[in-house]
Design a protein around this ligand. Structure first.
Ligand code: HEC
Length: 188
């Protein structure tokens, strides 16, 4: 069972348990819970760092630029510089590389995010802020290509899809320090 399935199964297990239903004992460590069904898994969308589960489709920075101008720029700025002035809080998305350890860190997709794949995941599920879930997969790939290209992480003509996106290495890929906690052993 993958970690993802295990976490979901665990969450369902907890629901069953607190509801007082008798749950099948499938998760050895806790002695309760059950495997998630295929139906339940079909409703669950989350792309892990590896990119597993990235959907079919593709997009380029050129296509992404047009979508961004219409759908994102009002909040994130026409040059991806962010838009705090209007009070809608759209973050700056590019720039700030190398500033994280300085006195004025600038956290952006370019400077901070360790994985390119989770950018697809985040935009698909959370953006645009006022209509999350409204973008087609091709649009999301295009927006990801546009942001990565403006950040000079990929070339302007590169196509992003389920094969190419996981290969993109982010500038801050090795900037995170593992900090294992004792309770981690509970989830193995
Ligand atoms: C109505 C304003 C609004 C619109 C429109 C909008 N965003 Fe956002 N965006 C936000 C806000 C607010 C956040 C911060 C959300 C949070 O921290 O929970 C955010 C966060 C993000 C982030 C994460 C930035 C980071 O470093 O954590 C990305 C990437 C992003 N938006 C991309 C997009 C894209 C692509 C579009 C167009 C499809 C879009 N946004 C449209 C307001 C907006």
């Amino acid at each position: 069972m993958s970690m993802r399935r295990k976490y979901l199964a665990l969450a369902i297990g907890i629901c069953l348990f607190s509801g007082g239903a008798s749950a099948q004992s499938r998760i050895d460590h806790f002695g309760f819970g059950r495997d998630a069904t295929a139906d339940e898994m079909a409703r669950y969308f989350a792309i892990p760092p590896s990119g597993a589960g990235l959907p079919p489709g593709s997009g380029t920075a050129k296509a992404g630029a047009a979508i961004f101008a219409n759908t994102c720029a009002a909040c994130h700025g026409d040059k991806l510089q962010g838009n705090p002035a209007k009070g809608i809080g759209g973050d700056r998305l590019i720039g700030g590389r190398g500033t994280l350890a300085s006195k004025s860190p600038v956290k952006t997709v370019e400077s901070y995010w360790p994985y390119s794949t989770t950018l697809f995941d985040y935009i698909k599920r959370a953006m645009p802020f006022n209509a999350p879930g409204s973008l087609k997969d091709d649009d999301v790939y295009a927006l990801v290509a546009y942001i990565l290209s403006e950040a000079k992480i990929i070339k302007p003509n590169e196509t992003m899809d389920a094969k190419t996106l996981p290969k993109v290495e982010m500038p801050n890929r090795d900037g995170f320090v593992p900090d294992p906690r004792p309770e981690l052993q509970l989830y193995r």
